[in-house]
Design a protein around this ligand. Structure first.
Ligand SMILES: Nc1nc2c(c(=O)[nH]1)N[C@H]1C(S)=C(S)[C@@H](COP(=O)(O)O)O[C@H]1N2
Ligand SMILES: [Mo]
Length: 305
């Protein structure tokens, strides 16, 4: 007989309940103890699940999403999660800078008190053609815009990743650190644009970009900058990290499109983490209804790579 030792909070009926419901219920129970020892607002288990975001496919098992990562500050390999634990998640502050009413530095926990957290299940599509489906906790970027109060003349929001001594990749030559990503203000204001502070009902693990990262599910994953320490507003399009390394391979817009191949491989399908199943890739990663309108007046731009 197979004897399974369960921790107190694990639910027994896992086999008959859809995976994401199990995850939510489990984290609800786990939350009671987690809240007393963890930062209070990062990913409380009692945040409402937003039912508007149905991923249309199974949620990826947590162990795959948290052990197969892209995070070049740590390593070029996918197996960096252990090393990433060295990145201290508190204290953590974020510089709000550039074309906004009042440049300032804000503590992450002060920021989290000013937003309403929710959980959303999003599809994620890496430009390398692997994909996952995960429940993020966080808040829409539009709430950040309200707090930051950019000037009417600002056209872009730029997100910058921390540069910490525990990140061995920073000493690798060639890469133009810090990791910088950006979107237009109207993209940032779209309801899909999200700032994540949690994953699977828990505080966002360092390897996934904890304590705070961008999550743009209709764009290739490299647009979603991790471990954000600076958010600035500008009227000039920023040169983003991957774009400056290879502009023909990783453009500024980077919207998912199965019909536009990467110079070195097709983007027609993707491999789901965990099952390794190959499924067709969808235009805007399946979020065209929400975001296609952002691009109707931008036909002259290289929108898809
Ligand atoms: N700072 C930083 N952010 C980053 C990256 C990185 O190397 N450094 N990799 C990007 C890429 S290519 C992807 S696919 C996603 C991966 O997120 P995940 O590891 O949580 O799945 O993070 C993005 N954000
Ligand atoms: Mo990626």
């Amino acid at each position: 007989m197979n004897i399974i030792r369960r921790r107190g909070w694990e639910v027994a009926e896992r086999g008959v309940t859809p995976e994401h419901l199990v995850l939510n219920r489990r984290s609800l129970v786990a939350g009671a103890t987690a809240m007393t020892i963890l930062p209070p607002l990062a990913a409380r288990a009692d945040v409402p699940v937003n039912p508007a975001f149905q991923p249309g496919r199974a949620v990826t098992e947590e162990k795959y999403a948290t052990t197969y990562n892209n995070y070049y500050e740590f390593s070029e390999s996918k197996n960096l999660w252990r090393e990433a634990q060295a990145l201290k998640q508190r204290p953590w502050s974020i510089r709000l800078d550039g074309m906004l009413k009042q440049p300032r530095t804000i503590d992450i926990d002060d920021l989290l008190k000013q937003v309403s957290l929710e959980e959303r299940i999003y599809r994620h599509r890496c430009v390398e053609a692997w994909a996952m489906t995960v429940p993020w906790t966080g808040f829409p970027v539009s709430q950040l815009l309200k707090i930051a109060e950019p000037l009417g003349s600002a056209k872009y929001v730029v997100f910058e990743t921390t540069q910490d001594k525990v990140m061995p990749g920073l000493s690798a030559p060639f890469y133009p650190w810090p990791y910088v990503e950006g979107v237009t203000i109207d993209e940032a204001a779209n309801d899909l644009a999200f700032i994540s502070t949690g994953l699977y009902g828990k505080p966002l693990p360092p390897q996934n970009g904890g304590p705070i990262r961008l999550t743009l599910p209709w764009k290739y994953g490299f647009k979603s900058a991790k471990a954000i320490v600076k958010i600035s507003f500008t009227d000039k399009r920023p040169t983003t990290f991957w774009e400056s390394i290879g502009p023909s391979e990783y453009g500024f817009w980077a919207n998912v499109n199965p019909a536009v191949a990467h110079p070195r491989w097709s983007q027609a399908s993707e491999r789901l983490l965990g099952s390794d199943e190959r499924v067709p890739t969808q235009i805007f990663n399946g979020y065209a209804e929400q975001v296609a309108g952002l691009y109707s007046d931008r036909k002259n731009e290289k929108l898809f790579m």
